[in-house]
Design a protein around this ligand. Structure first.
Ligand SMILES: O=C(O)CCC(=O)C(=O)O
Ligand SMILES: [Fe+2]
Length: 300
């Protein structure tokens, strides 16, 4: 009897873009880091994104921000709004905020949202046809002692979906490092293999097992929605910038109502309008906004 060679679940994009080793890392660890040379996004673009985020931060807060020095004025945030720290009963002032709905702000962000490498890896986790946008946020963070508190804000992103969870990711995330990530610079931390537990983090185990993701600016971090992760506070002067382009299975509620609220003309102004329109869910059947099913007609 002749045996056929074993089949894998790898898509043609994974093979074409030579991402097999990252898929293996995603399967084993629940997270992988694609180095800047392999993302298809060059250094100049990452620099342009950093500059754009600093301007958005300035417009939002009202003082200038500098990569090496942080906010130019003293700023304060309400400790009650440190939602992630609050999950573990910790209370402290955060030294970061989110810039939301990035894709409506600049084409640079829309191009990043349809990046082929990111999308191939995310579609491997969620499913090719089922993948949609959930949200596009920048984390703007500077030096501070508290961060997410003692538990490092350890969580997994698909936590709101009822269990049991399966192997398939219901949500999956990309974090683009716009500045360098190291332990002292306030990196993301995660627990390798935790996605295979298919349950939210347990404490103190999650903190004890957490390792930092150390990677240069321009790196792309991809992780499964069940992977336990958080971040350490930034111990040194300066800023950590990142962009979280977050994806979902199409039967999971999005964080941003992109289908109904995103300006459609902007979706056509990017590197890959067809993919942007698809991932935005403009043509999706659900949720209904009017009667869609046939109705009986009166017999005359
Ligand atoms: O880097 C961080 O502060 C956490 C990022 C995170 O939790 C996410 O993108 O889901
Ligand atoms: Fe997260």
């Amino acid at each position: 009897m002749q045996r056929s060679s074993p089949k894998t679940r790898l898509s043609s994009e994974i093979e074409e873009l030579k991402l097999e080793s990252f898929v293996l890392q995603l399967e084993v660890d629940g997270l992988c880091v694609v180095p800047p040379e392999q993302t298809g996004v060059d250094e100049e673009t990452i620099k342009a994104i950093a500059e754009r985020l600093l301007l958005e931060a300035e417009e939002t807060v009202g003082c200038s921000f500098d990569l090496a020095e942080g906010p130019a004025a003293e700023v304060t945030m309400n400790a009650d709004e440190n939602v992630i720290a609050d999950l573990s009963g910790d209370h402290g002032e955060p030294t970061q905020f989110l810039l939301q709905q990035l894709c409506a702000r600049d084409r640079l962000f829309r191009d990043l949202a349809v990046n082929r490498v990111a999308l191939a890896l995310i579609r491997h986790l969620i499913g090719h046809a089922a993948t949609r946008f959930s949200s596009h946020n920048a984390f703007v963070k500077w030096q501070g002692e508290f961060g997410y508190g003692r538990n490092l804000g350890m969580h997994c992103d698909q936590i709101a979906v009822p269990r049991p969870w399966g192997r398939n990711a219901l949500t999956a995330n990309t974090n683009w490092c716009i500045t360098d990530y190291s332990l002292e610079e306030g990196a993301l931390v995660y627990v390798p293999g935790s996605h295979r537990r298919t349950e939210p983090p347990r404490f103190p185990e999650a903190v004890e097992l957490a390792v930092p993701v150390e990677a240069p600016a321009g790196s792309l971090i991809v992780f499964h929605g069940a992977t336990w992760h958080g971040a350490v506070p930034r111990a040194v002067e300066g800023m950590r910038l990142s962009i979280a382009n977050y994806f979902r299975h199409y039967m999971i509620l999005p964080q941003d109502d992109i289908k109904n609220l995103f300006p459609r003309e902007l979706a056509d102004d990017c590197d890959d309008p067809d993919t942007f329109n698809l991932l935005a869910g403009f043509a999706d059947e659900f949720p209904y906004s009017q009667q869609t099913e046939r109705i009986p007609r009166l017999v005359q």
